[in-house]
Design a protein around this ligand. Structure first.
Ligand code: AMP
Length: 112
């Protein structure tokens, strides 16, 4: 069981921002910007490159959840960045799909 499944099961605490039937959004424990929220599916999809066509609806719902998170955290107007890390070179550390939502300051480009 990954740490994110334990958060979904409320076995370990998290600062929850918003929740839907199929997804959960909570503050990253090690924020890289004034706003740094993770949006995850409640269903275990390990990583974006391992999603199935049958996951299309949940993948779309996750992006709509990002919009809700941005609105709730006050960065919808100022701007934000959405990041999904996949695999070694992507910097993935938790094998449960998660969308990083970062904002609250100007973000550099290109990313590191
Ligand atoms: P990634 O490196 O893309 O796999 O992102 C994993 C993210 O999960 C990192 O930004 C971590 O800071 C974050 N993280 C790990 N454990 C927790 C936790 N218990 N609560 C909230 N965020 C966490």
């Amino acid at each position: 069981m990954t740490i994110f499944e334990k958060i979904i099961a409320r076995e370990i605490p998290a600062k929850i921002v918003a929740e839907g039937e199929t997804w959960l959004a909570f503050h990253d424990i090690s924020p890289q910007a004034p706003v740094h929220v993770l949006v995850i599916p409640k269903k275990l999809i390990t990583r974006v490159g391992a999603a199935d066509p049958e996951d299309a609806a949940i993948l779309g719902t996750l992006l709509l959840a990002v919009q809700e998170v941005a609105q709730k955290t006050g960065i919808l107007e100022t701007g934000f960045r959405v990041i999904i890390n996949h695999g070694r070179d992507g910097g993935e550390t938790v094998p449960h799909l998660h969308i990083h939502v970062l904002g609250g300051r100007p973000l550099g480009w290109p990313p590191g």
